[in-house]
Write a protein that binds this ligand. Structure first.
Ligand SMILES: O=C(O)C(=O)Cc1ccccc1
Length: 304
């Protein structure tokens, strides 16, 4: 199997790839951006792509959400969680006070803002396509910056000097990555699953969002993420990107989505897959498979 990922070697995305099903034995194809990793799947140059989707500090990774939901017709088949810690590294030994420019990926920069403000307040930020790309750039002639913010392992592999460590503003931050592939068989339910959907907000429909959410409430479906994003097609045109706790094979998820389809017919299913944390689904007896089957049998008997 060929898995594309945000490269080069040593990114957090590569660490996530190794945790994905089939990741350890997959051929790893580094891409220069999230969009090019996804495009490699669309063009059949890779079977799947590993991309960051959500950060416990910064929230959704909008480029990924939009690409998976609107631009590309891909399904999510797995997720992985990667704990994030950063070092500040330089090519030659340097003091913090000497550092005038810093390079890293924008997500990393967003997660060290407070540290940067207090520790290197005069350093100019130079965006890199990934943390590993920034670290490699320190060896360019001329170097892309005085120092790079990257994973400790990359600094070690490149023989960089670690100027500061554990510089993340929020200790224990985690990033969630997904494996995206062309639509195919949905992974089997495990009892601890997530379902990702994209729901366009119905136009000129007062209370549209409330009606959508009511379907989740009445079917006992918990949401683990909800974000509104502009579709890009016009001012005020929004969609909701939502993660649900449960699998499309369950009657309560299917029933909720069927109800939503009547309000927002362009709703899109983006995949059901095992949750990385293995947390089992909580559901009351009124939304069990047996309760749905008994209700359907009762209706059948009335019609019969
Ligand atoms: O640049 C990387 O290493 C990535 O994989 C993107 C990223 C950056 C910072 C936190 C999580 C993911």
């Amino acid at each position: 199997m060929k898995y594309a990922y945000l490269g080069p070697a040593g990114t957090f995305t590569e660490a996530a790839l190794l945790k994905m099903p089939g990741g350890a034995s997959a051929e790893r194809l580094p891409a220069a951006s999230v969009l090019s990793a996804l495009a490699m799947v669309e063009n059949d140059d890779a079977h799947a792509a590993v991309v960051p989707i959500e950060n416990s500090v910064e929230g959704g990774v909008t480029a990924t959400l939009d690409a998976v939901s609107v631009a590309h017709h891909l399904h999510i088949t797995a997720e992985a969680l990667v704990p994030i810690t950063f070092v500040l590294a330089s090519a030659e030994p340097m003091e913090l006070a000497e550092i005038r420019s810093v390079t890293t990926h924008s997500h990393a920069w967003a997660q060290v803002r407070k540290w940067a403000q207090t520790t290197v307040p005069y350093a100019e930020y130079r965006p890199a396509s990934s943390t590993a790309a920034g670290a490699h750039g320190l060896r360019n002639d001329p170097p892309v910056a005085d120092a790079a913010i990257c994973a400790p392992l990359v600094a070690e592999q490149l023989g960089l000097h670690v100027v500061d460590r554990q510089i993340e503003d929020v200790p224990g931050a985690v990033t969630r990555f997904v494996l995206a592939a062309k639509p195919g068989p949905v992974p089997e339910p495990t009892g601890a699953d997530k379902t990702t959907v994209m729901i366009p907000l119905p136009e000129d429909h007062p209370g549209g969002l409330m009606e959508i959410l009511e379907h989740f409430a009445t079917n006992g479906v918990n949401m683990s993420r909800i974000e509104s994003r502009p579709t890009g097609f016009g001012m005020g045109d929004y969609y909701f990107s939502i993660d649900l706790e449960g699998h499309i094979a369950e009657a309560r998820i299917a029933d909720a989505l069927a109800g939503i389809h009547r309000i927002s017919p362009k709703v899109r299913f983006l995949g059901s897959y095992p949750r990385a944390d293995g947390k089992p689904q909580q559901k009351g007896p009124e939304v069990s498979e047996e309760a749905f089957a008994a209700a359907a049998a009762w209706i059948e008997s009335l019609r019969g």
